[in-house]
Ligand binder design. Sequence first.
Ligand code: 4AD
Ligand code: MG
Length: 442
Amino acid sequence: MVFKMPQSYLSIEQAKEAGREGTVVDLRGWVYRTRGSNKLVFLVLRDSTGIIQCVGSKDDLGEEVFKRSKELFIESSVTLSGTVHKDERAPGGFELHLNRIEAVKAAEPFPITKDQSEEFLREKRHLWLRSRKMNAILKVRSTVTGAIHEFFRGRGYYEFTPPIFTPNACEGGSTLFEVKYYDDVIYLTQSWQLYAEAAIFSLERIYDVSPTFRAEKSKTSRHLSEFWMAEMEAAWMGYREAAKVAMDEVRFITERVLERNRADLELLEADPSRLERALSKEWPMITYTEALGLLRDRGGLEVEWGKDLRTIEEEKLMEHFDTPVVIIQYPKEVMAFYKPVEPDAEAPGPVARCFDMLAPEGYGEIVGGSERDTDMDSIKKALEKQGEKVENYDWYLDLRRYGSVPHSGYGLGVERLISWLCKLDNIKDAIPFPRTMTRTFP
Ligand code: 4AD
Ligand code: MG
């Protein structure tokens, strides 16, 4: 057939709007499910907005069309028309009584059938994107990234775009991806931070949402090799204020998702009331040293002061909270080279002016941030200690030579946040085409 593109098609969502009942509508989409009897064909139609059950009889469709429509495999693309009926028994509460159905392109038998493993679904991710689950997650993802732009622009931040190829490590050499670069070797970015620190001297308050790469050797449900980080950097700002901005940002995003994606959350069985509950409360800010105290007194877990918190400790700690929690002042020793010492802290050893935000329900760290050291000598010392060549960072040290000011910033893991909002079992489902140590396909 020749496909014509009339303007009068409605979306499935529009077909279910009040006042359409009893009217004839034209829809287009893909066959989501079919079954039939001798006299009736039942077909569930899918488009980007949802699904609707359609029923056609041999009498209404005519012998020929009836026969062909019963032979359509799922995921065939079709256009159809019918009358909208309210029907409590139909999924979504509506049913379309068909008077026309045409295949745009009949599909081959679809490889994804019921009860397949998560790994198989990832192998077929190019097709699995059409599932109701992925459709809902991708919609939430779109709200999340849109809300990040809205949040920062609403506060007068400029969007600033960093390079992706970089000559320097920001978060330690062990997770750098090397790329052959002409006759040389370069790295994929681990964070925009060093470039953002250069840009604040021009724009003062900036943000971005961009791809980030880490050669994570751990195969966990929280780590991707390619993920998106939403970062901010601000001149004249301390780490406590930056932590406050991070809480406001995560609250703002969560509100937007509740406004726009309630049905998606419900489809994902990610009860929206857990997010509403989190929004209704204050989010605690505690120190690392206090966190160790909580782990010891309430969790019976002894962690040696000075060790970074691992996944199991974060999980144990978050059993006591149902909101995100900010932890400040981690031990300076285990922190990246750019985090300065906090002299006004009560702690058994030197701590940094830094913070993490942990999500409840076992989702762990979603934000990492800090003030940035402005003291040349201490930066040089920290770099040397981490085995970096100080001369490679000389351009970065220029930022301390020419009018340095106190400044802070943080990075929000977009997929980590989506995992919590959507209550996902695995971070791989928070991104359309996951890249991990063991997956680069499709
Ligand atoms: O805590 P991180 O390593 O902080 C930085 O990179 C800072 N330079 C950011 C800044 O201050 N501008 O990473 C920030 C966040 C983490 O809290 C986590 O949510 C996420 O990025 N993240 C990952 N998400 C998925 N997969 C991974 N492998 C991740 N590594 C970090
Ligand atoms: Mg971190």
